[in-house]
Design a protein around this ligand. Structure first.
Ligand code: PGA
Length: 260
């Protein structure tokens, strides 16, 4: 039954690892090499790793010519200039990265990124040829106040403000309820699927039904080998954005090789 649910969609699963501020150059290189060798026979899903900036070149070298794609965790929206400590889309392209995560909840809530800043980053990344994973998700108190949909709608609308429908093929949305990130608490597959379905409705209102039905929506927040199969069996869950469990090849490989 779950398999059938998946087959009605044309969305190719994307299994992405967000390595956050972990690892060093040797450790990232080793992990990337293990992922490359462990995914040689995986052809029906996309695989992505997002290390921190100083590790990108080493990981690029390790994944070159493999099915493992490379992304960054953040960028700044200006093309270049006097912005000490910032990194542009062009710099990421030159690594080469193909993806960038934008609007992760840690960027929003630890570093105070606004919806407007997130929107500018999305626009800049797309304009300069990067694919974007736009993260959205509610805080625990927002959920408890019954505001999940309102928050997610606002984050999607502002995050994709000014984005043309044609550019949506380079956009992936990640629904990551903040209360589930790094806490061991996961949304149930049913709850996550409901929010994903709602996100698709928001996308179809802002863009078109076709565009919304083609977009991938990932779930993130304590995805582990033990829960990935149940999440991926849901019709509206098109992949995962994995933090902690992507830092060890054994657990991330099991997640990548989910079975529904
Ligand atoms: P987690 O992180 O899997 O450790 O909960 C997910 C994320 O922040 O993208």
């Amino acid at each position: 039954m779950p398999r059938k649910e998946r087959e009605v969609t044309m969305r190719r699963p994307l299994m992405a690892g967000n390595w956050k501020m972990f690892l060093d150059i040797p450790g990232a290189g080793k992990l990337a090499e293990e992922l490359v060798s462990g995914t040689k026979n995986v052809t029906d899903r996309d695989i992505l790793v997002c290390p921190s900036f100083p590790l990108l070149s080493r990981v690029a070298q390790a994944v070159e010519g493999s099915a493992v794609q490379l992304g960054a965790q953040n960028l700044y929206y200006e093309e270049s200039g006097v912005f000490t400590g910032e990194v542009s889309a062009a710099m990421l392209r030159s690594v080469p990265c193909s993806y960038v995560i934008v609007g992760h909840s840690e960027r929003r809530h630890v570093f105070g990124e606004s919806d407007e800043l997130v929107g500018k980053k999305v626009a800049s990344a797309l304009k300069q040829g990067l694919r974007v994973i736009l993260c959205v998700g509610e805080l625990l108190e927002e959920r408890e106040e019954g505001n999940t949909k309102r928050v997610v709608k606002r984050q999607i609308e502002r995050g994709l403000d000014g984005v043309e429908e044609a550019a949506l093929e380079d956009v992936v949305v990640a629904y990551e309820p903040v209360w589930a990130i790094g806490t061991g608490k996961t949304a149930t597959p049913k709850d996550a699927d409901n929010v994903h379905a709602y996100i698709r409705t928001v996308l179809s209102t802002k863009f078109s039904k076709t565009a919304a039905s083609e977009m991938r929506i990932l779930y993130g927040g304590s995805v582990k080998p033990e829960n990935v199969d149940g999440l991926m069996a849901k019709a509206n869950i098109d992949g995962a954005l994995v933090g902690g469990a992507s830092l060890k090849s054994e657990s991330f490989l099991r997640i990548i090789k989910f079975e529904t």
